[in-house]
Design a protein. Structure first.
Lengths: 368, 368
DNA sequence: CGCATTAGGTAATACGCATTAACGGGAGAG
DNA sequence: CTCTCCCGTTAATGCGTATTACCTAATGCG
């Protein structure tokens, strides 16, 4: 009697020249598939040495002559790990508007991922309403990776926390302490800002004003904290009066305001860097309109890098945010979480950048 | 007696909250794993309707509440799609040197991928020698995705052909006709260049010279072809004498050479765009040194976009390569291949860009 | 020479999902 | 009431690798 056909997937149709499998290699070399696997995927620790040199040679020869290449899908399935790290930004990863581009971060992300043996999955997230469309479960898709990196301000907290609670490795690029349990990497704004203030104090400035936007982002708060700490460390008067906060610095920061400060003895200003660069732009134009000379009459410092469209102007004193390094650090942290290892340092230092916009304070000549 | 332990792979260590599998979803929904699979991978033909609406709802609900997402590796292994498109560049995708950045293409790639419901896998290629390092199977990793987009000049032909032969969907961004069977998308340089020549001819120029580098890239060949076609179409004398080809235009294109041409009655020059922009730079500096006024005495056109560092100069007449559209077209083509549909048009048109560097020819005053 | 040990290798799994033959139950037919 | 047939669901497989318990022959030791 004919053996009853059992259920299951239909066997492959034995298509033309299918890629060789370990099984074929094994047959040709006269060994078992397991041996082939052992030969072709050497373990870092010398444990793989169980295979004799002779057999090893035969297998390698067979593999080469058949042109064997491992199937990544099978490999990753067996390893129970995809070697994929997700990158999720809440705007397009490659925005048309370069101003808001995460490009500099991605430079570091890619490099470090490559170094650690991971590939990157770009989730075409909220971008064009495509794959994940909107929907609360849009974020679910990231689970296909071993872990995911989040970039951007407008993070759906609920969904993110959900991922974390489920034990899914998540790293946020940029400080995110309010989100309990979410790992993050950030720039050391506090220290860097303190350094800039220290630099000004050393030059002899006694009254310094911070210009910031009306933003509650941690990056802004950190700079303000560093600013105040810097003042105190230098024994200078601090307090709310030294911070100018405005939702629209380019409008509120008038030349008159600037002159008033100057009359009060303020000789230096620092502005925070933001997406728009509004604080710095406002400060620059006010100084220009007020007819003040920099650095002769006022010293200016920027807590970050100047906007791209101001590239032609001299690069001001301040500090550089090491964006590629930040990206790399994020990847390292994420990889550590995925591997269950201990988390490395989340803060990346910013480097002080000397520039032509600061100098010793100048006893201002009275204006009529 | 203790049941003897059988050989085989050790079971997963039941780590914390492992990612949910279809099995978990099935348990929660009170059905079998097979049912979950049937519900979650809808077949295009109505055959999938075997599952009752009630069961389907329960499964979907369970999957959503667990945040289930299919494992791409397992899906691939089971010969199904995983909605991932690979992107493989032979240099870093995000190079530090912006000159060689593929960023503009990726803008379109990402947008189109999102629109078509695909996520992107960035294979951290030959960049840092990390993940894939070199090796013949460096390219093999891309098989994890449903198909892969290749960007860059230095394409390992052998490995690429291997992928194609194995029936793996591959698209090369940039013309690649020498690689038999490799699908590609490219810009319509021929037509665009013809248009530029036509524009000059209409202005009244009778003698035009093309400045190109000593490069055999299809992009260069196409421009030359379009140039010659443009001349013929305008009834102007063509021939090798109208093409200046140099490995180092910035050295070989001397002011003297330029004046000689001018004396011969050449009134317009077009230069190709390349990575380095050498042809255009050479042309510009020669014109400047020769003391020729543009566009009064010579008309200049650039077959592409000016290098980034010349952004401050006026944008010359020429054409724009619609890089985002090229990226999008590549993705559309790739998606078509994956779906087994017919391939769309591989050529993307360039748009003519009027500019201040061309004008009517000028009867040149003799110089002493 | 008997037994423990080592070297070299193999058989049997597991990984997560898609597929399909088979199965159970209810409806309709006879 | 029994027999088909249709529906919905499940059990059993396969995909290609990695891992591991176990087996066999050769070797070491007293």
């Amino acid at each position: 009697m004919e053996p009853r056909k059992r259920p299951g997937r239909a066997p492959a149709p034995a298509g033309r020249t299918a890629r060789p499998r370990q099984a074929e290699v094994a047959r040709l070399a006269g060994v078992s598939q397991a041996t082939v696997s052992l030969v072709l995927s050497p373990k870092p620790d010398g444990k793989g040495r169980i295979i004799s040199e002779e057999t090893r040679r035969r297998v390698l020869e067979a593999a080469r002559s058949l042109g064997y290449v491992p199937d990544p899908a099978a490999r990753r399935l067996a390893a129970a790990r995809n070697n994929l790290l997700g990158v999720f930004s809440f705007t397009a990863t490659f925005p048309t508007d370069v101003q808001h581009s995460y490009y500099p971060f991605l430079v570091g992300v890619e490099r470090e991922a490559a170094a650690l043996g991971y590939d990157l999955v770009l989730f075409t997230g909220s971008s064009t309403g495509g794959a994940g469309a909107a929907g609360p479960d849009a974020l679910s898709r990231v689970r296909l990776a071993d872990g995911c990196l989040f970039i951007g301000r407008h993070t759906p907290r609920t969904e993110l926390k959900r991922l974390v609670e489920d034990g899914f490795p998540v790293v946020h690029l940029g400080r995110r302490e309010e989100l309990e349990g979410v790992a993050w990497v950030g720039a050391g704004y506090v220290e860097a800002t303190r350094d800039v203030v220290g630099h000004l104090a050393e030059l002899g400035h006694r009254r310094i004003v911070l210009v910031r936007e009306d933003d509650d982002a941690p990056a802004s708060a950190d700079r303000q904290r560093g600013f105040l700490e810097g003042l105190e460390a230098a024994g200078l008067p601090s307090g709310p009066a030294t911070v100018f906060r405005s939702a629209d610095p380019q409008r509120d920061l008038t030349p008159e305001r600037l002159r008033a400060w100057a009359d009060e003895g303020v000789t230096a200003f620092v502005a925070e860097e933001t997406d728009t660069g509004a604080a710095w732009r406002g400060l620059l134009s006010a100084v220009r309109e007020a007819g003040l000379d920099c650095p002769a009459e006022v010293s200016l410092a920027l807590l970050g890098s100047p906007p791209a469209d101001l590239a032609s102007e001299p690069v001001p004193t301040g500090f550089d945010i090491p964006r590629p390094q930040l990206g790399a650090a994020a990847v390292r942290l994420l990889a550590a979480l995925v591997a269950g290892e201990e988390a490395p340092e989340p803060l990346v230092g910013c480097v002080f950048r000397p520039g032509p916009t600061t100098g010793p304070p100048h006893a201002r000549t009275e204006r009529p």
